[in-house]
Write a protein that binds this ligand. Structure first.
Ligand SMILES: [Fe+2]
Ligand SMILES: [Fe+2]
Length: 390
């Protein structure tokens, strides 16, 4: 999980708004998916639970929650320059990921409305919540004289394509991890009010309940085991070009068969859990470490708590989860964090691009090895892991 940067194609100064930070592979991403497959999903197995969740969304518990109070007045000026910079970074990252959720949910609700109204309504409610979260964060940025140009981001960000099933895994995890991240910060600051550097954190308790509900929605959606592969499709799209032939139908059937093998679900569960956890760990103990210190949190303890909790929660829906209790688990993640320090030292040293890349190569390979070992670590069967909840 390297932190080497990829130069953004859309890094521009925007009409007095804040230019998006240099994009790294650890930055929040924007997603798009196969909307046709989504609208054709058959959810009948779990429609009742989905309807119940939609009813919860309709109640809109946080309708009046995101209202700024007088505590915000002058709060930005109280931060010293260093903390200010760390906090603005945090605001920017959080705002972008909330907004990325908004765009995906909004687009989904719009595109599947005609054929899948229940699902479309759920996505519309979630888009409403994420827009509120992003807007509230952006308002805090304006306290610091900055603002993210969300319209610019929408038009210029690169979108990463994920098939529906991967979208479920990835968004489920990001909602649940979001819940544990927000609630952990909130509870810590409740006990240590002196570390509350900005009134925004007072809003985290109800806020994280939104994320928790969003996660529960994806939980129910995955339990509906939707058929996400179009049957009788004679089309195939490779690199943006679409080809049509009756034989492609067999390809889709085969893909559907492979996708529905229990082993496939287990392998994907492990992949997504590891990808999300390793990315967060590398980022929080690397570039974001000082931000957590400014809140009086130890980034390592905080991340391990959040990962353990998210892993535990995921056992409700994933067939297997990671063995985070094996001592090699965090040992290997720590090794990756150490390796990343070496990588950034090489990046900041003198020398041309080629020599730097050659110097980095062994460390990249070492990181790849650690990730592979983490992936191969025997997982925990969810049924054994959390029998009380299941
Ligand atoms: Fe959110
Ligand atoms: Fe959310």
């Amino acid at each position: 999980m390297s932190q080497s940067t990829i130069e953004s194609k859309n890094k521009k100064e925007i009409n007095n708004g804040k230019a998006p930070a240099k994009e790294t592979i650890l930055s929040p991403r924007f997603y798009t998916t196969d909307f046709e497959a989504m609208e054709n999903m058959d959810l009948s197995i779990n429609e009742e639970e989905l309807e119940a969740i939609c009813e919860e969304f309709r109640k809109d518990y946080n309708r009046h929650h995101f209202v700024r109070n007088s505590e915000f007045e002058g709060a930005a000026e109280k931060l010293d320059p260093e903390t200010r910079e760390l906090f603005v970074d945090f605001l920017e990252g959080s705002c972008t990921s909330e907004f990325s959720g908004f765009l995906l949910y909004k687009e989904l609700s719009k595109r599947i409305k005609a054929k899948n109204p229940l699902l479309a309504e759920c996505f519309a409610h979630m888009a409403r919540d994420e827009a509120r979260h992003a807007g509230f964060l952006n308002k805090s940025m304006s306290d610091f004289g900055l603002q993210l140009d969300l319209g610019f981001l929408t038009a210029n960000k690169d979108y990463t394509y994920f098939p529906p099933r991967s979208i479920f895994y990835a968004t489920y995890l990001s909602e649940k991890i979001g819940y544990w991240r927000y609630i952990a910060i909130y509870r810590h600051l409740e006990k240590n009010p002196d570390s509350k550097i900005f009134p925004l954190f007072n809003y985290f308790e109800n806020w994280c309940q939104d994320e928790n509900r969003h996660g529960d929605f994806f939980d129910a959606l995955m339990k509906a085991q939707p058929r996400t592969v179009k049957t009788l499709s004679q089309k195939i799209t490779i690199g943006g070009s679409t080809f049509t032939h009756p034989l492609f139908d067999y390809f889709h059937r085969f893909r559907y068969f492979l996708n529905n093998l229990p082993l496939t679900s287990k392998l994907w569960s492990r992949f997504f859990l590891l990808a999300v956890f390793a990315t967060m760990y590398a980022r929080d103990l690397g570039i974001k470490k000082d931000f957590y210190s400014s809140l009086g949190l130890d980034a390592r303890d905080y991340d391990q708590y959040v990962i353990n909790k998210t892993n535990e929660t995921s056992a409700r829906v994933f067939p297997v989860v990671l063995n985070v209790y094996d001592k090699s688990f965090y040992g290997r993640l720590d090794k990756i964090v150490e390796n990343n320090k070496v990588l950034s030292e090489i990046e900041n040293s003198n020398g041309n691009k080629l020599s730097k890349t050659l110097k980095k190569l062994p460390t990249y390979l070492a990181n790849g090895y650690e990730l592979l070992r983490l992936y191969l670590l025997k997982p925990l069967e969810s049924s054994d892991f959390q029998p009380t909840i299941r």
